[in-house]
Design a protein around this ligand. Structure first.
Ligand code: NDP
Length: 450
């Protein structure tokens, strides 16, 4: 049964909105087929049917006032998907494209990602169609306060612990935490990704980007392939994940040559200027177009000049490609370009950035392909470390967090590689990750009863 057929048994929502959710569901269903064949208990306990339906979807109105004294109305969501392994855990996304379907896709993926870390965390996701772009600091604060006025009823350190995602960084988490504290009069680890000065973990901002590179290095080692050192790498995105992936690539001696944002692509063949990227995207929050004003020898391609159904960044020859911006940003055509240009490894920093066609192409050409739910689990792993530090009222050093992150990413890589081998799909880390993640959640669900 396809993901769509299965979903339709339970869903009466808008199908167009649910497209990415079905896409994610279908991939998991195909992957776990060998497990369902080999072990009847998963069918007997109707695990799949129970897993594809969120425990609950909370939808609420967010009313706030902008700087011109106009009242604005947005929609807020929290999808609490599955808590078999621990409290619901997953980020909040503030972006105009946010809807229930996107959050169900992200929440569903989060269940398996969190399971793969081996840590005690369930899966959830949330957010709003609020667009922080172009808003003043004060407007962002007003929105975050209004959002938390409703959200606080449904979260708690042992119940549901949101974090950041697209459009939600430490500034937004700070405002959300401040409001939660005010409403509940409690100072507790209810959100992760907090600034360090009030309970955040060191290394949370770096965690996802660094983790992708740790995962990739381990996978290459297990595959007997050359490491990233000295290799040309392409990266998409210019946000939290992309910038820290670029930083770690430089640390290990690789040469990251690109960055992208929603308006265009920068290609700097000598290696991108990370300090400049941080200034443009984190401090000034402006378009990457300004990069070439400082480095005229670099190339900037605006979105309007991308090939139809493709993206300029994936046409750059490289050894390794790291899609770190958003879902479905690497198409079948992009995969063909990467393969033709000799790519050896593709590791997903963003959630589901590769389309199903692109993934099939990578797998059929034996490209070392690291799926998001395994490769980008570093962020949620350090979020769990933040929960542990908050619960113990303690602080870990940067070195301790980094070491634990590295070990966690290495363990995930090994788990995924070995599971793929055990289930007769050696080299297919999509199946390896899905089976390993599913098994852990499913076994807990069976043990906990219906
Ligand atoms: P940010 O908001 O920090 O950055 C997102 C980047 O992607 C920006 O450069 C943005 O461009 C670009 N982007 C967003 N939407 C589009 C689009 N439709 N087309 C092209 N570019 C786009 O987000 P993060 O770096 O935190 O997250 C990136 C991805 O990683 C997401 O898929 C997220 O779910 C995933 N992820 C993030 C984690 C984290 O710890 N932050 C953890 C695990 C996964 P612009 O600057 O123009 O807005």
């Amino acid at each position: 049964m396809s993901g769509i057929e299965l979903a339709k048994q339970f869903e009466n929502g808008d199908c167009a909105e649910n497209k990415v959710f079905y896409q994610a569901m279908e991939e998991v269903i195909y992957s776990i087929a060998p497990l369902l064949e080999s072990d009847p208990k998963y069918r007997q306990h109707a695990i799949l049917q129970r897993l594809v339906v969120p425990d609950r979807v909370i939808k609420f109105k967010v009313t706030w006032m902008d700087d011109n004294q106009n009242i604005q109305v947005n929609t807020g969501y929290r999808v609490q998907f599955n808590n078999a392994l621990g409290p619901y855990k997953g980020g909040l996304r503030f972006h105009p494209s946010v809807n229930e379907g996107i959050l169900k896709f992200l929440g569903f993926e989060q269940i398996f990602k969190n399971a793969l870390t081996g840590l005690p965390i369930g899966g959830g996701k949330g957010g709003s169609d609020f667009n922080p772009k172009g808003k003043s600091d004060f407007e962002v604060m007003k929105f975050c306060s209004a959002f938390m006025t409703e959200l606080h009823k449904y979260i708690g350190p042992r119940m549901d612990v949101p974090a950041g995602d697209i459009g939600v960084g430490s500034r937004e988490i700070g405002y959300l935490f401040g409001e939660y504290k005010k409403i509940t009069s409690t100072y507790e680890g209810v959100l992760t990704g907090k600034p360090f000065m009030f309970g955040g973990s060191l290394m949370r901002p770096e965690a996802t980007g660094y983790g992708v590179i740790y995962f990739t290095e381990t996978m290459l080692e297990l595959e007997g392939k050359e490491s990233l050192e000295g290799k040309i790498c392409t990266v998409s995105g210019a946000g939290n994940v992309a910038l820290h992936a670029i930083e770690k690539l430089y640390d290990i001696g690789a040469i990251p040559v690109s960055a992208t944002d929603s308006r265009g692509t920068v290609y700097d063949a000598r290696g991108v200027d990370l300090e400049l990227l941080k200034k443009l995207k984190l401090e000034r929050r402006v378009s990457l177009e300004e990069y070439v004003e400082v480095h005229p020898e670099a190339r900037y391609t605006p979105v309007e000049e991308y090939p139809e159904e493709g993206h300029a960044v994936w046409d750059i020859p490289c050894y390794a490609a790291f899609p770190c911006a958003t879902q479905n940003e690497l198409t079948g055509m992009d995969a063909q370009n990467l393969i033709a240009n000799g790519v050896e490894v593709v590791a997903e920093g963003a959630n589901m950035p590769s389309t199903p066609k692109a993934i099939n192409d990578f797998l059929s050409h034996k490209i070392c392909f690291a799926p998001a739910k395994a490769a980008n689990a570093g962020g949620v792993a350090v979020s769990e470390f933040e929960m542990a530090q908050n619960a113990a009222m303690g602080k870990w050093s940067f070195e301790k967090v980094d070491e634990k992150l590295k070990t966690t990413m290495q363990q995930i890589a090994k788990r995924v590689v070995l599971t793929a081998k055990d289930y007769g799909v050696e080299g297919n880390y999509v199946d390896g990750a899905n089976i390993a993640g599913f098994k852990r959640v499913a076994d807990a669900m069976i043990a906990e009863g219906i």
